[in-house]
Design a protein. Sequence first.
Length: 291
Amino acid sequence: MIDAHHHIWLQKDLPWLLGPEQPRIFGPYRAIMRDYTLSEYMADTAGTGITKSVYVQANWAPNWFADEVAWVQSEADAHGMIAGIVGYADMTQGDVRQQLDKLKPYPLMRGIRHQFHWHENPLYRFASDPDLCRDATVQQNVARLADYGWTFDLQVFPGQMEGAAELARACPEVTFILQHAGMKEDTSAAGHKAWLDGMKRLADCPNVVTKLSAFGTFIHRNDPAFIEEMITSTEKIFGADRCMYGSNFPIEKLWTSYTELFNAFRDGAKGLSKKKQSAIFNDTAARVYRL
């Protein structure tokens, strides 16, 4: 089975982990203000049946984007487990190909993530502009990923999904992987409707798949009932062959163990057929990330 979304890091390399603790989208994080190495991740996943994983960029300083991929590639070479790397490149610059070319030599490179999520709540805000998906330069740069055979990990809130669908349609040869099933932070009736409408809009784009991950981000706990609801709702919209499991570890380690998290996901998918479960926990990630 495959974990399609995890991070490892060295504290010295992560600016957001240095200095005093600041408010973050996932709450207090002093417990992870330290090195989180591949050996610890492998110990965390022991006994779960996870045999491969995809590393997703962890916001090193932007000028260190190539150093991050080089380090993760070296960790994979030394220890195994990591079967794919999603690196970072700045999609807002004039021509991203200079950065992409620096990442091309690393054999495990599979895609790029530049986080576009913006929210009215400053605590949830990452991008400087809510409409980056509609930016002509961004669309041109994301489209260039097709020349490298790379995917784009798309991170937006429901309010941005209309623009995200425009980006997906502008780049038909690129596969988009929607992060965290659309980051549903508003669970009210109105919030659910906005999420549902946006998800359906993205599912109408055949080049968009989604990641079932990070469901504890806004509630700061491992909630099996909420995980089951998100799995079943998202699968109905996208279909299992366009859904993949991801742990978002070690962020979720703030409130649960890997085993407890993974068991909640497995239990949450039990109502689906064995074929659909295989797609979610292995086949979709293997196909999309070419593992």
